[in-house]
Structure formats: structure tokens, C-alpha cells
Write a protein that binds this ligand. Structure first.
Ligand SMILES: Nc1ncnc2c1ncn2[C@@H]1O[C@H](COP(=O)(O)OP(=O)(O)OP(=O)(O)O)[C@@H](O)[C@H]1O
Ligand SMILES: [Mg+2]
Length: 220
């Protein structure tokens, strides 16, 4: 379970351009839930997801993952949680451009503490689940936006993390591919993974168990 209590995020604190991006955020997500986060551009959705992924800091409030207070964890423990518990699809994909698709998908497996022997098979399966297995060896900077998005999704799910965070995962995809990706998230969710999807597509939000709306850094 993940839980946020009175969480506040300020960018450029103490500077002239100080900006409070998240104000007093309270919510929890139970294990196995499929949740959509919606809200206008600039509302704070990506900021929130980065905090949930433990890749960004916050000014005040608390964040708990499975009853562990995130700010009390050591950098080593946090790195382990990021790698084993959390899979994140970044809004800008954040792929290594001069690596091939499979090299990108292998990254979380290479960083994992418990090394798996069948890494290539796992990476190929993840690529297959997003329809990118035939392009496994292609360099990422030669892919289209939608193809990059699918590789980013494969990389986020390859380790079978318990929490999958996806920032507009279908934003660059056509309707058909978008439906296939949602099917993949549904399947992962049925297997027990918690899935949180940021989307501006109300059709996608409707397919989730619950929708959290953010407006100007607050939960509506
Ligand atoms: N690194 C940063 N420094 C300063 N301000 C930032 C930074 N990142 C985001 N912001 C500001 O915080 C607010 C929330 O940004 P965020 O990226 O979370 O919005 P969003 O809801 O994901 O929007 P979009 O739908 O366009 O992706 C915006 O006003 C943005 O300008
Ligand atoms: Mg965003």
C-alpha cells in the first residue's frame, strides 16, 4: 500500500521563482488497485508521480510504501525499492537513446540485486507484450514516438514490480495500440500489480477502479 499525508512539493524553494506544485496531498492506494490520475496540464501530475516513484524530493508531509516511511530509508534501501518494487514509465520515456530496445529493457534486470539467469528471455517477453520484439536490436533513437513509448512500458514492467507508475503511457499512441497497452496494464493489474496511470484520456480513466483528480496542486 502507498500512502501520502499532507504532502507538499515546492520547486525552487527560497528563490524568486519559488512555486508550490503540490499542496497538502492526502491519499492512499491499496495493493492491487488500478487508479487513474487526471488533471489539466501543469496541475502537478508528473510531479506527484515522480515523488511516488521515489525519484523526487518533497518539502513536507509523509510518504509511506508498505508502512515504510520513505524519508527514513537509506539511499541503498531506496535504490532497492526503486528497482524491485517500482516500475515507472516517464512522460518523456527517458530511454537511453544510443542503446537498442533490448538493451534498454535489460537495464532494470542488470541493476537488480537478485540476478536472474534468463534476463534476455524476460526482456524479449516484455518487448513482445508491447509488440516491439521484432525491433529488439534497433537503436532507440531510430524509433517513432509511439515505439519509444512501448519500449519504455516494456522496461517498466520487465522486473514485474509491485507498483507500476505510468505518466501518459498512451499519449503518443494510436487508438488501437493504446487499447493494447491498456489491456497489458489490465493483465498486470489482474495478476496483483498496483497500477497508477496519469492520463488526460477520460476513456482510459473510466477503465480504472478509481480516479484521482488534481487541480493546481490540490486533490479535487
Ligand atoms: N523542475 C521544475 N522546476 C520548476 N517548476 C516546475 C518543475 N517541474 C514542474 N514545474 C512546475 O510545476 C507545475 C506542475 O508540473 P507537472 O509537470 O507536475 O504538471 P503535469 O500535471 O504533469 O502537466 P502535463 O499534463 O503538461 O504533463 C507546473 O506549473 C510546472 O511548471
Ligand atoms: Mg506531466
Amino acid at each position: 500500500m502507498i500512502k501520502l499525508e499532507n504532502l507538499q512539493k515546492i520547486y525552487n524553494k527560497g528563490k524568486a521563482n519559488e512555486f508550490e506544485a503540490l499542496k497538502n496531498i492526502n491519499f492512499s492506494v491499496d495493493d492491487g488497485e488500478l487508479v487513474a490520475i487526471i488533471g489539466k496540464s501543469g496541475a502537478g501530475k508528473s510531479t506527484l508521480l515522480h515523488i511516488l516513484a521515489c525519484i523526487d524530493s518533497y518539502e513536507s508531509g509523509e510518504y509511506y510504501i508498505d508502512d515504510m516511511l520513505v524519508k527514513s530509508l537509506s539511499e541503498t534501501k531506496l535504490a532497492e525499492i526503486r528497482n524491485s518494487k517500482i516500475g515507472m514509465v516517464m512522460q518523456d520515456f527517458a530511454l537511453v537513446d544510443d542503446f537498442s530496445c533490448i538493451e534498454n529493457v535489460l537495464l532494470p534486470l542488470d541493476f537488480a540485486k537478485n540476478k536472474k539467469s534468463n534476463k534476455t528471455d524476460l526482456a524479449m517477453n516484455a518487448l513482445k507484450s508491447v509488440g516491439m520484439d521484432s525491433m529488439a536490436k534497433k537503436q532507440v533513437n531510430k524509433l517513432s514516438g509511439g515505439q519509444k513509448q512501448r519500449v519504455a512500458i516494456a522496461r517498466a514492467v520487465v522486473n514485474e514490480p509491485s507498483i507500476i507508475l505510468a505518466d501518459e503511457p498512451t499519449g503518443a499512441l494510436d487508438t488501437k495500440t493504446s487499447a493494447e497497452i491498456m489491456e497489458l496494464f489490465h493483465e498486470l493489474n489482474k495478476k496483483g500489480h498496483t497500477v497508477i496511470i496519469v492520463t488526460h484520456d477520460l476513456g482510459i480513466a473510466k477503465q480504472c477502479d478509481r480516479t484521482i483528480e488534481i487541480s493546481d496542486g490540490c486533490i479535487v
